[in-house]
Design a protein around this ligand. Structure first.
Ligand SMILES: *[C@@H]1O[C@H](CO)[C@@H](O)[C@H](O)[C@H]1NC(C)=O
Ligand SMILES: *[C@@H]1O[C@H](CO)[C@@H](O)[C@H](O)[C@H]1NC(C)=O
Ligand SMILES: *[C@@H]1O[C@H](CO)[C@@H](O)[C@H](O)[C@H]1NC(C)=O
Length: 182
């Protein structure tokens, strides 16, 4: 990912939890946090679990990279209201130039990689029809299988996320609808 980060001028880091996960040496670019506009967050009901506004790191591009975008979703996004926060971020970024993107890459690792799978189509549809849009999911597949210790680690991780967010009922009704249809 380092190579990709350097290959475009605009670097947008969508980080939903750990603002400081991006360690810097003094010679590197330091990118401040941008909070999503409170009106956007309110309209969409897009808040973090503790009620705070979603935020991202945004560094505007320049020169030949002005219309080239890299959005990177860091891990841990799973624990938040992903869909609404995603929509709030995109709504915030479109008027800042994303709406005129010529090339755009959405990337993410681990839970962020899962978010890339979930949002890639929506991302592509949000950009101009003639833009080149690509998505890279790095380790974003979580297989529902036993691990080397014969433990259902992934299943129990997802169980914890679902119960933390209190969304069991949504899944049950969707699974029910699905099984009725099939
Ligand atoms: C896409 O179309 C717009 C409007 O016609 C144009 O300004 C822009 O340069 C085009 N972008 C690419 C990547 O061709
Ligand atoms: C992206 O998803 C959101 C929420 O589901 C939806 O409101 C929006 O219209 C979608 N955008 C596009 C361009 O499909
Ligand atoms: C297996 O999973 C259970 C439930 O999460 C946990 O309590 C236990 O420590 C795990 N065992 C190993 C060997 O990881």
């Amino acid at each position: 990912m380092v190579v990709l980060r350097l290959s475009v001028v605009v670097v947008v880091l969508l980080t939903f939890v750990q603002w400081c996960a991006y360690s810097q040496s003094p010679s590197q670019l330091f990118v401040d946090i941008t909070l999503v506009k409170s009106t956007t967050a309110k309209d969409l009901g897009a808040y973090c679990l503790d009620g705070s506004l979603p935020a991202y790191h945004f560094s505007k591009g320049f020169g030949s990279g002005t219309n080239n975008w890299l959005l990177h979703i860091e891990t841990k996004s799973l624990y938040f209201r992903g869909q609404k926060i995603w929509q709030a971020m995109i709504s915030d970024l479109l008027p800042q130039g994303l709406a005129h993107a010529e090339k755009a890459l959405l990337s993410g690792d681990s839970a962020g990689g899962l978010a890339v799978f979930l949002h890639c189509d929506n991302f592509s549809r949000s950009l101009p029809g003639n833009a080149t849009v690509k998505c890279i999911s790095d380790a974003g597949l979580f297989l529902d299988i036993k691990d080397v210790a014969h433990n259902d680690t992934i299943r129990s991780l997802f169980h914890d996320v679902v119960s933390l967010q209190g969304v069991e009922q949504n899944f049950e009704s969707r699974v029910h609808q699905f099984s009725k249809r099939s």
